[in-house]
Design a protein around this ligand. Structure first.
Ligand code: PHE
Length: 339
């Protein structure tokens, strides 16, 4: 009996099969009740009792060995028959993380789009400027407080190299090198020496607009800005112009839009006034036209300037301006762009 067991082990060692079905046949041949090993168990009952302990152990080993061998054969076929090499192609894939446009870029692009429909082109100017383009050519008197270190960042000790405090400097650059008709907007970054808070930052963004031609009137400005406000905040939006002062426009105004949150009824965003201030504007001061070599007898124009952060806060209901600069993706992912 021990010889038989030994011979069978040899035989099992050399077993090969050509597919799962053949492996199953081998299982039946060796391991089923009437199979070769099954028969040995029947034979085992007839052997003398004193040999049973040794032979029994060998027989159990053989059965275990056969089961392992045949299962291993089966497994190898199951794997190789799976053409994907064990990869489950029905599992959902890893999602590709998409970036999103920054809310300030979304609003800037929307402003550009709206004015493009009215024929305004886009121009840009430098962020590091000189006194002439930021102040002098814009009719700021020499003692104007905006020229003070408190408000303006100067670069090194040279009072003529500074970071622009508004995009109105680009008005000057454009008028110096282009004769009317001029119809352009200037988006860009501006810098002011201010403490950072929920409502103010030392870096922010503006979009400036300039329209210079023959017979440009205050009524043209009003209509242009009404169109802008309705495109930006909805067709029911109303505007209101309040007298104001800027050295480079005369007359000057602040423009308010009716509060889009409470529809003018009064809420905490508009501080119960029903109106939100969104930009400064006015007719280009004839002195400025002259300083930029444009004939102020022949041409008139209007200009306006708005803060992109302010518009984005109103449009998206953002309460803290600092969020725009922190670049927390959980904040940034919330804004969907149509542009
Ligand atoms: N430059 C002004 C500001 O920064 C805004 C403005 C632009 C006002 C053009 C009038 C005309 O506040």
């Amino acid at each position: 009996m021990l010889d038989k067991i030994e011979a069978l082990k040899e035989e099992l060692n050399g077993l090969v099969a050509n597919g799962v079905d053949e492996a199953e046949e081998l299982r039946i041949k060796y391991l089923s009740k009437k199979g070769i090993i099954g028969n040995l168990f029947d034979e085992f009952k007839t052997i003398p009792a004193d040999q049973k302990r040794v032979i029994g152990a060998e027989l159990n080993n053989l059965k275990k060995f056969a089961a392992e061998k045949i299962n291993a054969l089966k497994d190898s076929f199951e794997k190789s028959e799976d053409e994907t090499g064990g990869i489950d192609l029905t599992l959902p894939g890893d999602s590709i993380k998409m970036g999103s446009r920054h809310p300030l870029a979304i609003v800037r692009n929307e402003i550009i789009e709206i004015f493009a429909r009215l024929g305004f082109v886009v121009s840009e100017g430098p962020e590091i400027e000189d006194d002439w383009h930021v102040f002098s050519a814009l009719n700021f008197p020499p003692e104007h407080p905006a020229r003070d270190m408190q408000d303006t960042f100067f670069i090194e000790k040279d009072p003529d190299v500074l970071l622009r405090t508004h995009t109105s400097s680009v008005q000057v650059r454009v008028m110096e090198k282009t004769q009317p008709p001029i119809r352009a907007i200037f988006p860009g970054r501006v810098f002011r020496n201010e403490a950072i808070s929920a409502r103010a930052h030392c870096i922010f963004h503006q979009v400036e607009g300039l329209y210079v031609d023959e017979d440009v009137s205050f009524a043209d400005m009003k209509q242009t800005l009404l169109y802008f406000a309705r495109e930006m905040f909805g067709e029911k939006t109303e505007i209101r112009l309040r007298p104001s002062y800027f050295p480079f426009t005369e007359p000057s105004a602040e423009m308010d839009v009716s509060c889009s949150i409470c529809a003018g009824k009064g809420c905490n965003v508009c501080k119960y006034t029903g109106w939100l201030e969104i930009m400064g504007c006015g007719m280009v001061d004839p002195n400025v036209l002259e300083l930029c070599n444009i004939d102020n007898k022949k041409y008139t124009g209007f200009a306006f300037g708005m803060g992109i952060e302010r518009i984005a806060m109103l449009k998206f209901g953002v309460k803290d301006l600092r969020l725009f600069f922190e670049n927390d993706v959980r904040f940034l992912n919330q804004f969907q762009s149509a542009f």
